[in-house]
Ligand binder design. Sequence first.
Ligand code: GAR
Length: 219
Amino acid sequence: MKNIVVLVSGGGTNLQALIDAEQKEGLGGGKITCVISSNPDAYALTRAADNGIKTKVLVRKDYPDVAAYSKAMTEALKEEKADLVVYAGFMTILDEQVCNAFKHKMINVHPSLIPSFCGKGYYGLRVHEEALKKGVKVTGATVHFVTAECDGGPIILQKAVEVKSGDTPEILQKRVMEQAEWKILPEAARLFCEDRIEVSGNIAVVKRQQAETVTKAMM
Ligand code: GAR
């Protein structure tokens, strides 16, 4: 069994999608063992508690700088024996010491089709505001490995979502969450826990299921 630690900062709808997936279809043998929030008031903490999941709070302003905060986070993740770390709407910057300690073991969901509308300053609603300003007709979500480069790590899964006329950032955000994020984030966690993601340089490849496993699943 792989221990999954989920990092959150806000409402936690992506955390909820992971919890629901674990309860319904399973996460490839992975189990959400701890939720760590950068925000003591995050509703995501209530979602975790309601599902009997251990929680921790690490607030950025309790630490003098990013390095000290990142050190505390690395220690917390090691203490929890994290096999997979999932950023699910986690909005606090961590430095490369965390990425190095958990190389190719941390994944992030981002609400656009990377490399569009990503990088420093692109988070939450802001991403959808920029997509609408540009007039794109298709947007979506991406799950990628976390590296020191913001939103620059190997891409695992992407899903496209249509932009409709009359969309507001809020309407578009909801559609992207429902049609893309809440599907591809649990799927990527499952693939990771099944050891089906290979990384070569900056390219992630999802390995096909063994023929035997596919046959069993169909029976
Ligand atoms: C989600 O849309 C997630 O993709 C985004 O914040 C929202 C969090 O919602 N993350 C980023 O923008 C990271 N760059 P949630 O707390 O309800 O899961």
